[in-house]
Design a protein around this ligand. Structure first.
Ligand SMILES: [Zn+2]
Ligand SMILES: [Zn+2]
Length: 327
């Protein structure tokens, strides 16, 4: 099969011809039709997440078709369309797994990081972590739901019942979360890289009542803010924009260092928290909710062999919505 392979951090992916992977007990062999490109892939490629299996096939927003089933893998039929997310394995036995926080599992393994992912013609996934894809979405439109959507949704839940919601970094996750938040009757304030008029116009199209530079103060205090951009100084900016009792949710897996700030920025029972990974329950909830909103993903499709170009444009902030590799 053809695959885009990362041999070592900070190198370009290499188009490789590899043997198709073999299914094992409880696993599915999936012919990949589309795979979203997530910022986390960029953190893996750039070596900011240091535990990657190497070489690794990145990609954890996989939409594909079951072509072979290992022993006991009967959750999905041959030919059925499935989605494969970031969460690829949990132990089921650690303190986190036992209390419903499998996203924090001590032995968790992640797709496109510890397990070969979807930048390839075929992938193998543990059926327990796969999802059915809502029929309202075609393969390309569905792909960003599997991480940008799921993690975005978890971040939105962590923001509580905030009526005024700030979103810092208006990329793939934000463009989905903004639609859900608006559907829930919240007022969305979008913060982008300073001067990024395209992203600000895009945010307004999706229902943001205000869009501006990340350095600007919103016209009214925020009840909560979600930070998708991997920029530590935004934590301080978001705290300053947040009302007393407000929550700042850091939704990314990696962030540059957070600068020191005076205590009065946090005072007033403001909360900073991170969101890590996803649970299968997040996925089931979000994939049921998305077609009811309905969330419409704004997607640019590129062929698999253009993965390096997709990553470069993501790094430079030159993507509107999400980019998806197609096979
Ligand atoms: Zn566990
Ligand atoms: Zn992701």
């Amino acid at each position: 099969m053809r695959a885009m392979l990362l041999d070592a951090p900070r190198r370009a992916l290499r188009l490789a011809e590899l043997p198709a992977p073999l299914t094992g007990a409880g696993k599915l062999l999936i012919r990949v039709r589309a795979c979203g490109v997530c910022r986390t892939d960029l953190h893996v490629v750039d070596g900011e997440l240091a535990e990657a299996k190497l070489p690794i096939i990145p990609g954890h927003e996989i939409v594909g078709e079951v072509v072979e089933r290992g022993a006991g893998a009967d959750r999905f039929a041959i030919g059925e369309r499935v989605g494969v997310p970031w969460l690829g394995y949990t132990c089921g036995a650690c303190r986190y797994c036992k209390r419903g926080q499998e996203n924090l599992c001590d032995s968790a393994r992640f797709t496109g990081y510890h397990i070969d992912g979807g930048y390839a013609e075929y992938t193998v996934a543990d059926q327990r972590y796969c999802f059915s894809i809502p029929p309202e979405y075609d393969d390309v439109a569905a792909a960003p739901l599997l991480c940008a959507g799921l993690i975005g949704y978890r971040s939105l839940v962590m923001a509580g019942d905030a009526q005024t919601l700030g979103i810092y970094g208006f990329g793939a996750a934000a463009h989905i979360v903004a639609q859900v938040a608006r559907h829930q009757g919240r007022a969305v304030y979008a913060f982008t890289r300073p001067g990024d008029n395209n992203a600000q116009a895009f945010a307004r199209e999706l229902g943001a009542i205000w869009a501006g530079d990340s350095t600007a103060a919103p016209p009214e205090p925020l009840d909560a803010a979600i930070i998708f951009a991997p920029v530590g100084s935004l934590v301080v900016a978001a705290l300053r924009a947040t009302a007393k009792g407000g929550t700042v949710v850091c939704a990314g897996i990696h962030m540059s260092e957070i600068p020191a700030f005076p205590y009065d920025v946090l005072w007033g029972e403001r909360v900073i928290r991170s969101v890590a990974n996803l649970t299968r329950r997040d996925g089931e909830e979000f994939l049921a909710l998305a077609p009811r909103v309905p969330v419409k993903t704004s997607v640019e499709a590129l062929r698999l062999d253009r993965a390096n170009e997709a990553l470069a444009r993501l790094r430079e902030g030159r993507i509107t919505g999400a980019v998806v590799l197609v096979l």
